[in-house]
Every structure is written in C-alpha cells, then in structure tokens.
Design a binder for this molecule. Structure first.
Ligand code: FES
Length: 135
C-alpha cells in the first residue's frame, strides 16, 4: 500500500444516516457514519479505552458512542465525553483520541486519505462518475 494517497473504499449508499458502517481497509478496522449535516466521518473502530468495537456503537448528536462504557468521540476522533466525568469536565482526554481519516465522496464513491501527511488535493476520478447524463 502506498501511503499518502486517496483510496476508494466504499460506495456511498453503504453508509446510511444514523447508522455505523464497519469496514476493514489497509489492515485497519474502520467505522464510517454521517453527521446530521451529512458530513461523512471515518475513524479507527477500536475504542481507546478498552478496545471495544465502535462498529457496535451508536451515533448521538454527531458523536459516536462506545457500546461498552459510553465514551463519546466527535467526528475528528477527539474524545469529548467520558461518562464517569461530569459534562463540561476540563480533564485532558487527548490520550483517548482516535485516528481520523479525511474523507471525500465523489460520484457515489467514498475515498479516504491513507497516510501520515495532510491530504493533497482531491481524489482522482473519471468525469463520467459525476456526469448526470451517465449516472
Ligand atoms: S471500551 Fe469504550 S468506553 Fe470503555
């Protein structure tokens, strides 16, 4: 696998609003979900607490919530709530943050950026993928 590239990983129709979709790509267990604005999110699927699969989690207020102890992560993978802590706690949760993968959807195809650098440009695609006369 060549790092720092866009890769087509799923079809858009596989990711339903309010649902979590799991997929294994690049040897990584990933989850995909949509926020209330339709933003597509891709995160590593293992909870940073005890490694429960977030594929069995639920989407609440644009966060993915772990099915085991209820830790919540926002779309960037940032841990934003730990149930044993008060809401609005000032604790540093950075050790619980998940890996986040930049996502693009073009012509019904979901692309993720796989690498250790910031994404460069948009994924390459054929014009026919977005031509309404063809799709
Ligand atoms: S394993 Fe996810 S919150 Fe504990």
């Amino acid at each position: 696998m060549i790092k720092n590239q866009w890769y087509a990983v799923l079809s858009s129709h596989q990711i339903k609003s309010g649902m979590v979709t799991a997929a294994k790509r690049f040897g990584q267990n990933l989850i995909f979900f949509r926020t209330s604005t339709g933003e597509l999110v891709c995160l590593n699927s293992l909870c940073a607490h005890r490694g429960a699969s977030l594929a069995k989690g639920c989407v609440n207020n644009d966060h993915i919530q772990c099915p085991f102890h209820g830790i919540e992560y926002e779309s960037t993978g940032k841990c934003v709530h730990i149930p044993s802590e008060d809401k609005g706690s000032k604790e540093d949760y950075s050790r619980f943050h998940l890996i986040h993968y930049p996502v693009h959807e073009i012509g019904g195809i979901v692309f993720i950026w796989y690498g250790d650098k910031d994404p460069v440009g948009e994924p390459d695609y054929f014009d026919a993928m977005t031509d309404p006369a063809i799709i």
